[in-house]
Write a protein that binds this ligand. Structure first.
Ligand SMILES: NC(=O)c1ccc[n+]([C@@H]2O[C@H](COP(=O)([O-])OP(=O)(O)OC[C@H]3O[C@@H](n4cnc5c(N)ncnc54)[C@H](O)[C@@H]3O)[C@@H](O)[C@H]2O)c1
Length: 229
């Protein structure tokens, strides 16, 4: 029986790239998203990660159809712009429900099904450490993901490792839609956005694909040099 990975946000961007990478490594993959993720060879599981009943059903279905879990990748996320002026209770709930609560609910539902030596990889952002202007609530939500990653690493050790990836600018459909990427790239020392596949390489590394067996509770930044300028 092959190893099994659950990847959230798998219909787009880095979630999709991660699902494809785990498939290429011989995993069976549950591609979980709000909308059906059409990825050859993956089990498309439609679920809203902010809804506990939906998440529980999605994980139960995955385990029933594919088997116990070796990896969970929490890639689903939203990044609507917010400032002190535009922030609202509704926007706060949306950003924190998807980015923070969703990560908790998926990991909570998956935990009893994780095999020894399994790994969880969360998506933080460089915005957790170096805020982007106009991303008030998003930055806070991703800082929460960094903190969650450390706490979950403690809770699940020694059986399961939990790490996070904090990308800078990545060329994804969601990011393109913000209209902010082109201007921001002028400030990136490597002179370009990352590809989703480059970020999937790092997720694969953190999940244990090679060399990360003693790494847990960490957040790996990958920003093309923009974080230290
Ligand atoms: N793109 C970037 O430059 C960048 C940089 C740093 C961090 N990130 C983070 O990386 C992750 C992936 O970003 P991306 O740009 O690839 O995303 P994207 O916008 O291209 O895709 C996000 C996916 O998440 C899904 N999703 C949203 N809400 C959901 C919900 N409630 N339940 C299930 N699925 C839901 C969407 O349907 C979509 O398919 C996010 O957590 C994002 O915050 C992105």
């Amino acid at each position: 029986m092959s190893n099994v990975a659950v990847v959230t946000g798998a219909a787009s961007g880095m979630g999709r790239a991660c699902a494809e990478r785990f498939l290429a490594e011989g995993y069976s993959v549950a591609a979980l998203d709000l909308t059906a993720a059409t990825i050859d060879g993956a089990l498309a599981v439609t679920a809203d990660i902010t809804d506990p009943a939906d998440v529980a059903a999605a994980i139960e279905r995955t385990v029933a159809e594919l088997g116990p879990l070796k990896a969970v990748v929490n890639a689903a996320g939203v990044y609507p712009p917010t400032t002190l002026e535009t922030a609202s209770t509704e926007l706060y709930r949306r950003v924190f429900d998807v980015n923070v609560l969703g990560t908790v609910l998926v990991t909570q539902a998956a935990a009893p099904h994780l095999v020894d030596g399994a790994a969880v990889v969360n998506f933080a952002s460089i915005d957790a450490f170096v805020p982007s202007p106009g991303q008030l609530l998003y930055c806070a939500s991703k800082a929460a993901v960094v903190a969650l990653t450390r706490s979950l690493a403690l809770e699940l050790a020694p059986r399961v490792r939990v790490n996070a990836l904090a990308p800078g600018w990545v060329d994804t459909p969601g990011n393109k839609a913000t209209g902010r990427m082109e201007a921001a790239l002028a400030e990136v020392p490597l002179g370009r956005a990352a590809t989703p596949e480059e970020m999937a390489d790092l997720v694969w590394f953190l999940a244990g694909g090679g060399g990360a067996a003693y790494v847990t509770g960490e957040t790996l930044t990958a920003t093309g040099g923009s974080a230290f300028r």
